[in-house]
Design a protein around this ligand. Structure first.
Ligand SMILES: [Zn+2]
Length: 286
């Protein structure tokens, strides 16, 4: 089992790499085996959701090229939260391609406080676009709606956007931060409040999770490859997304109970989010 200190595991270029694949007409997966990166194609350029981390920036660019997408067309990078595995790659994309980087105000502050050198320390992107709850970003024909969902970090930003499958359009959600790798009753309550608010703002049809294990991403990708003509799209699963959000509420409630009963405040393990073969969940900063 790897952890945050197992940099060899985290940076193993061969083991962490996954072939990129198309999910919807406008969305593809260009991330690693344990942390996601999605690319959304728009008439005004490419939008990335999350930025991975060095040394994987060049693999991200190779993945785009494999899908016949030009990295020069990267216009925006939406960073769901300020932990290194989602945020550390943003600076290179900002500097090489002039990509606009989107984060919440609280998580811009978070990445500004990065500890610096060390396996998971990083140089943050220069502060750029600040998006708040309910605000939108429009790229070409596609509008992204942001939902502030504090808990995992104080400024976790969840992203809603339309995904196209032929003549059908569905509402996809990338929930911005899931792990309960923090302590404190107030923060747990804030986490639960965020999940409840997202459930109220649904229904969302597609779970494009920022760690692939949480949305059974590779399992669904296998189903997608074998999809018969006219069959339902395996990523469109409103019930599974809703049930998964419910498991997050339960896990947070259990962690809260543990704390309030005076037992040691150990964060609840995240077993409910795992997918066999998706890799371990390193450390407290994921
Ligand atoms: Zn995280």
């Amino acid at each position: 089992m790897a952890d945050i200190n197992d940099w060899q595991w985290l940076s193993d270029r061969h083991a962490r790499r996954r072939p990129p694949f198309r999910i919807f007409d406008n969305v593809s997966y260009v991330g690693l085996d344990w942390v996601s990166c999605y690319v959304i194609e728009t008439r005004d350029g490419l939008v990335l959701i999350d930025a991975l981390y060095p040394p994987f920036t060049d693999i991200l660019l190779e993945n785009l090229r494999q899908l016949d997408l030009d990295p020069e067309a990267i216009g925006w990078v939406v960073v769901t939260h300020g932990h290194w595995d989602h945020a550390a790659g943003a600076r290179a994309l900002q500097q090489r391609f002039g990509a606009r980087v989107v984060m919440s105000a609280a998580d811009w502050d978070l990445i500004a406080e990065q500890p610096g050198p060390g396996p998971t320390g990083f140089t943050p992107a220069d502060e750029d676009l600040v998006l708040d709850d309910g605000e939108t970003l429009t790229a070409g024909e596609t509008t992204f709606t942001f939902h502030l969902t504090p808990g995992h970090t104080l400024g976790t930003l969840s992203v809603e956007f339309p995904v196209r499958d032929g003549d059908r359009t569905w509402r996809a959600l990338t929930y911005g931060g899931v792990g309960l790798n923090f302590t404190g009753a107030q923060r747990l309550q804030s986490y639960m409040e965020s999940v409840r608010r997202i459930r109220q703002r649904g229904p969302f049809h597609v779970n494009l999770a920022n760690h692939p294990g949480m949305g059974k991403l590779f399992q669904r990708a296998d189903q997608l490859r074998q999809r018969a003509p006219g069959a339902p799209h395996p990523f469109v699963d409103e019930a599974a997304l809703s049930a998964w959000l419910q498991t997050r509420l339960q896990a947070a409630a259990e962690a809260l109970n543990t704390q309030e009963s005076g037992r040691p405040a150990v964060p609840a393990p995240d077993t409910s989010t795992g997918e066999k073969g998706s890799g371990p969940w390193p450390g407290r900063l994921r």
